[in-house]
Design a binder for this molecule. Structure first.
Ligand SMILES: Cc1ncc(COP(=O)(O)O)c(C=O)c1O
Length: 402
């Protein structure tokens, strides 16, 4: 059997991460993967997460199997945290998943089993794993315009393309802090999308992976809640990887909203049925942490404060990079960057520029120009700005060492 194997295409992100690992230059900067780093360059365990872990360890919780939907307290907490009001939680079902990726895949399977071969629209550009996940579930993928030539949100282009979406289609949207661009639709654009979905009957599918890291926790949920209130059916894939820092605990959930409680009667068992053949049930630890944090007023408030600190650092990093680029004569690039938010930014650089950044300055971003703005320590921003300005020809190297 093994001789039949042909090498699959390498994962471009993990390939770059491995190249970074093998790079011995002291000035190297890893801006490839979406991981928050503090001012020391570490990805810390949040204090409230640590406190919840201590409580869980002292409570000597059993390791007995959970049901197929995972941790019920986690699912309830996620519903009320994401949707906010009883009106919305009353017409929604949540099932714990193996992080955001697991939620995307579970919901993709759910769409595929309900409407085999359905078309799902994704943004152009899209999160690198959207198309593979959807295609793996047998769905047909089409793209809608997302940015204009200047790297700004292109609402008119988006609405124009999505007018072609049919009643049986699904439209995948990122709820906030769009990966890879860092550009989100305006509130008016979200209204237009809700109106379009209502009129044409397609189902919005929201990928929510960065709430709390853009404009603020509630503000980052505004688009999701707007759509939830205005369309009869909505799918949401939620990740706790970034905003709880639970990257390797693989924690997330899949939410399905229907027009009424009654309409949801087969949803949970259908999702369970899919999960059963994929991984049976999700891992408990991360979900128990989130349920503990969200179920305790003091811990929840502490977690929100920690999240605000993370968001503040990301925002300050971006502002410093914008200022650094402006000072080095890269006004156009600075202006584009200034409109972006969240962990990622897409630099208006070519694949060649990105290669030069890597080869000459050991600055690692993706070939599409995406960098993790949360991955730089503040004192390294001038180096990053100078590297970018140098590949654009605005300043001469040398670039200061690390
Ligand atoms: C847009 C988006 N969705 C989903 C995910 C999946 O996150 P995870 O599976 O780690 O929770 C990511 C991770 O980078 C992402 O950027």
């Amino acid at each position: 059997m093994l001789e039949l194997l042909t090498p699959p295409p390498a994962d471009p992100l993990w390939e770059l991460a491995a190249a970074f690992g093998a790079d011995a230059r002291p000035e190297r900067l890893n801006l490839v993967l979406g991981v928050y780093r503090d001012h020391t360059g570490a990805t810390p365990v949040m204090a409230t997460v640590r406190e919840a872990e201590i409580r869980l360890a002292e409570g000597s919780a059993s390791k007995e199997y959970r049901g197929l939907s995972g941790n019920p307290a986690f699912n309830r907490a996620m519903l009320s945290t994401v949707l906010g009001t009883d009106d919305l939680t009353g017409r929604a079902t949540a099932i714990q998943t193996v992080a955001g990726t697991g939620a995307l895949r579970l919901l993709a399977e759910f769409v595929g089993r309900t409407r085999p071969g359905a078309t799902v629209w994704i943004s152009d550009p899209a999160y690198v794993n959207h198309r593979p996940i959807l295609e793996a579930a047998g769905l047909v993928v089409r793209s809608y315009t997302y940015l204009d030539a200047e790297g700004r949100a292109d609402t008119a282009g988006m609405v124009h393309d999505l007018r072609q979406a049919r009643r049986d289609d699904v439209v995948l949207l990122q709820g906030c802090c769009h990966n890879p661009t860092g550009v989100d639709p305006s509130p008016d654009a979200w209204d237009a999308l809700a109106e379009l979905a209502g009129r044409h009957g397609w189902v919005p599918f929201i990928d929510l992976a960065y709430h709390g890291l853009g404009d603020g926790f509630e503000a980052d949920l505004h688009a999701t809640r707007t759509l939830a209130a205005r369309v009869p059916e909505l799918l949401i894939a939620v990740s706790c990887s970034k905003n709880f820092g639970l990257y390797n605990d693989r924690t997330g959930c899949a939410i399905v909203l229907g027009p009424s409680r009654h309409a949801l009667r087969h949803v949970e068992t259908s999702l369970q049925n899919i999960a059963r053949t994929l991984y049976s049930m999700p891992p408990e630890h991360g979900a128990a942490i989130v349920a503990t944090v969200l179920g305790d007023d003091a811990l929840r408030a502490g977690w929100r404060t920690e999240l605000d600190v993370m968001r503040g650092r990301i925002t300050a990093n971006r502002a410093d990079l914008v200022a650094g680029l402006s000072a080095l004569g890269c006004g156009r690039e600075a202006e584009i960057l200034a409109q972006q938010k969240g962990m990622f930014s897409t630099l208006p650089l070519t694949a060649d520029h990105m290669l030069t950044l890597r080869e000459r300055f050991a600055i690692y971003g993706t070939t599409s120009g995406r960098i993790n703005i949360a991955g730089v320590s503040a004192h390294r921003i001038p180096y990053l700005a100078q590297g970018i300005a140098a590949v654009l020809g605005a300043v001469e190297a040398p670039v200061p060492a690390a």
